[in-house]
Design a protein around this ligand. Structure first.
Ligand code: 13P
Ligand code: SF4
Length: 349
């Protein structure tokens, strides 16, 4: 039971000793105690771009969740180690799609639509899912490039399978002007397509969701608007469509941060996303009235698995010449997943 101050001092010292050989990156949802050490902070797209662009650091301590560390491993060179301080830091949404289920869905959908269907996966998915998608000519998206890339994908094929987040998929499809009756739902537990007229579908959504963002409800938006008529409500696109449709702004974690930064002093802003990020925005912008959209929500408990003790343990391991929890994707999976990721990075330039 070491005092946090001692852990902080040790992490700092080991980090300084490694110099540019070690880089620490953190997703915006990480705790303040972790973010404090990060050389770079970002949303999923930025973290992927950083991984793809850094060829100096031999050790990349990745403070985020498992699929992000896998993505970083795929995009970095073979002599770079991506280390996740707690390998149990997963993503419940990413766990809602596995290759076995996807193979079944793909067999069904290609039997129906032939080769006029393209798979698109949210970056919140395992490397194995990305590899499947890459092998079929598909692409990865993140919340910040979703619209551009889904638009691109719909030019490549008449039909599109999007997984695993039904909400992000539905929000973007409706935003692109696709009719609700052209959007269907793939029930992965039952290997079943839910649609009145399957032949009319343009977009087939996997039935996954984020357990954090599904806690934001329309009544939260309505109650706050009643209480504060001039309030601005901003949410992440993983929220359900009835919530995003009622919001003033929808965007990735980085876009939400920018919105708060640019808002005039005195603006009251309620935010629908992970608590760590909203709490930090509240603290960093005392001249604006930043609030939680759902006061009883909503931290990502998986992101929160990375904390000071895990970070200190990891740094101790590295200082002792040991490896920590290195995330390594096998070479064949990495090869195909990289095809889908590279397509995304090219389309995001
Ligand atoms: P961003 O890409 O917007 O940072 O989102 C990642 C995520 O997991 C949101 O729940
Ligand atoms: Fe996954 Fe949701 Fe946590 Fe993001 S907030 S990492 S989507 S569980």
């Amino acid at each position: 039971n070491e005092a946090p101050a001692d852990q902080i001092e040790r992490i700092r010292k080991i980090k300084t000793d490694f110099g540019p050989d070690l880089m620490m990156v953190a997703h915006h949802y990480q705790k303040d105690e972790v973010v404090a050490f990060a050389d770079a902070r970002g949303d999923s797209l930025k973290l992927a771009q950083i991984a793809a662009g850094n060829h100096t650091a031999k050790k990349i301590v990745f403070c985020g969740v498992h699929f992000m560390a896998e993505t970083a491993d795929i995009l970095t060179a073979d002599n770079q180690d991506v280390i996740l301080p707690d390998p149990m830091a997963g993503c419940s949404m990413a766990d809602m799609a596995n290759p076995f289920q996807l193979t079944k869905a793909w067999q069904y959908l290609t039997a129906k639509y032939g080769d006029s269907i393209i798979p698109v996966t949210y970056v919140n998915s395992s490397a194995a899912i990305k590899a499947f998608v890459g092998q079929k000519g598909g692409v990865v998206i993140t919340s910040s490039n979703a619209k551009t890339i889904i638009q691109w994908a719909l030019k490549q094929a008449k039909h599109l399978l999007f997984l695993p987040d039904q909400h992000l998929g539905r929000n973007i499809a409706l935003d692109l002007g696709i009719n609700p009756d052209e959007i269907g739902l793939w029930r992965a537990q039952q290997d079943k397509l839910e649609a009145d007229q399957p032949e009319k579908l343009r977009v087939i959504l996997w039935d996954g969701y984020c357990s954090v963002h599904q806690q934001f409800k329309l009544h939260h938006v309505q109650n706050l608007r009643r209480q504060y008529p001039d309030i601005k409500i901003i949410v992440h696109p993983e929220c359900a469509h009835e919530v995003t449709a009622a919001a003033d702004f929808v965007g990735s974690t980085s876009a939400l941060i920018n919105y708060v930064k640019q808002a005039p002093v005195g603006t009251r802003i309620a935010i629908g996303t992970d608590n760590n990020l909203v709490g930090r925005l509240k603290a960093n912008h005392p001249t604006k009235k930043v609030m939680f959209l759902n006061p009883f929500s909503c931290a990502c408990i998986l992101m929160n698995r990375i904390d000071l003790p895990h970070l200190a343990w990891t740094m101790d391991q590295l200082a002792a010449g040991k490896s920590g929890h290195v995330i390594k994707v096998d070479s064949q999976t990495a090869y195909w997943a990289k095809q889908a990721l590279d397509r995304m990075l090219k389309l995001s330039l």
